[in-house]
Design a protein around this ligand. Structure first.
Ligand code: ATP
Length: 363
């Protein structure tokens, strides 16, 4: 059990000019599963390795349970780490692989046997304890790596893209299992991934990292619903949030949005942006779509591409000279070229400053 406190951690790798982490501050509470998510090269692994003690920051501090561990060697931090290349030892059976850390710590044999058994039960590996890694599937090998990490009862579990070597189906299965296991053992966990779906589904909170900084930190639903900037909106979600340039206009006391020939009511909080261009952010599932013939309301658009996904139909429509993704119900029928009407529900619209990319809050 542990909480982690990170303060203005900066690290520039030798031979590089840009910091891999640029003044990151972060508190992880006891028992929390926090996910660091961001594009390749944004500094996630560097931060994780500094928490593990495998890398030294240039400045800033890292504390675990109130104790400054910034310069403490990895072996004295009681931290367990699972890497992307979850190297299990090929010459050891699963039992020895899982118990390796306990053996190094010179724990009594009976205790090792008991704890290995418990970890194997938790990870559904009981029937494989006497096999070699080569006799296991990729998913089972991955479970061995996780069992080996949790068996030592570390204060903190650090996971660096642990599922990236698994195929899509195994990833999904293991994601659910992993969430359950972390809930059961209650160990404070930091999990690194570049997969936004994994981040949203796993994390108690997610920290979106970009160019060495945390852009947004919060619970997954809030971050998904209220992206703090257009980068987060574009990074989280599949498809990414739509961003449509619109103008805010004010006429006869009414605040309106306009794009091309179209005009429609603007949310009242945009009144102070009258006369300015803004970026309207809206998610595909928050755009209502109806066939043109059945509805005279809504804004006109034309279907360009129709992609059934099974549970829904993803449409790419031309709206105000922009390609916009719209998620329609699975039963929605349309052909390329069909005219449709879009209904934008005001509570689900977000507005961003085109220059700073930041969310325009109530002004
Ligand atoms: P990925 O998802 O691809 O693993 P990441 O977000 O984990 O990426 P880091 O591995 O932390 O990113 O890398 C951050 C930046 O630091 C990158 O620009 C990378 O090239 C650089 N970097 C990482 N390790 C080293 C190193 N040992 N020497 C020099 N530069 C490094």
């Amino acid at each position: 059990m542990a909480d982690i406190s990170i303060r203005t951690i900066t690290k520039t790798h030798p031979g590089t000019s840009k910091p891999a982490t640029d003044g990151i501050s972060l508190d992880v509470v006891d028992g929390e599963l926090l996910v660091l998510v961001g594009p390749s090269g944004c500094g996630k692994t560097t931060l994780l390795r500094m928490i593990a003690g495998l890398e030294t920051p240039d400045s800033g501090t890292i504390s675990i349970n109130g104790k400054d561990v910034t310069y403490l060697p990895a072996r004295r931090r009681n931290v367990s780490m699972v890497f992307q290349s979850y190297a299990v030892f090929p010459h050891m059976k699963v039992r020895q692989n899982i118990g390796f850390g306990l053996m190094l710590a010179k724990r009594p044999k009976a205790e090792i046997a008991e704890r290995v058994q418990r970890a194997a039960d938790l990870l559904n590996l009981r029937d494989y304890l006497d096999r070699y890694p080569s006799q296991l599937s990729g998913g089972q090998r991955q479970r061995v790596a996780v069992a080996r990490a949790i068996v030592v009862d570390a204060d903190v579990l650090l996971m660096d893209e642990p599922l990236s070597n698994l195929d899509a189906l195994l990833r999904l299965q293991f994601r659910t299992e992993f969430k359950k296991i972390v809930q059961q053992i209650g160990t404070t966990t930091i999990y690194v991934t570049h997969d936004q779906a994994e981040a949203l589904s796993l994390g108690d909170r997610v920290a979106v990292v970009r160019e060495g900084r945390i852009t947004q930190l919060g619970n997954p639903i809030d971050v998904y619903d209220h992206p703090a900037d257009s980068f987060v909106g574009g990074f989280l979600g599949s498809p990414p949030m739509n961003f449509i340039p619109v103008d805010v206009t004010s006429s006869s006391g009414q605040v309106l949005l306009s794009a091309g020939e179209m005009r429609w009511q603007a949310p009242p909080h945009l009144a102070s942006f009258a006369g300015r261009p803004v970026l309207m952010g809206v998610r595909a599932e928050n755009i209502g779509v109806t066939a043109d013939a059945f509805d005279s309301g809504g804004l006109p658009a034309k279907v360009d591409v129709v992609e059934p996904t099974g549970s829904a139909v993803l449409l790419t429509v031309r709206f105000a000279d922009h390609d916009v993704k719209v998620q329609a119900p699975a039963t929605f029928r349309a052909e390329p070229g069909t005219k449709v009407r879009l209904n934008l529900s005001e509570p689900q619209l977000r507005f961003y400053d085109p220059e700073t990319a930041l969310l325009l809050e109530d002004a």
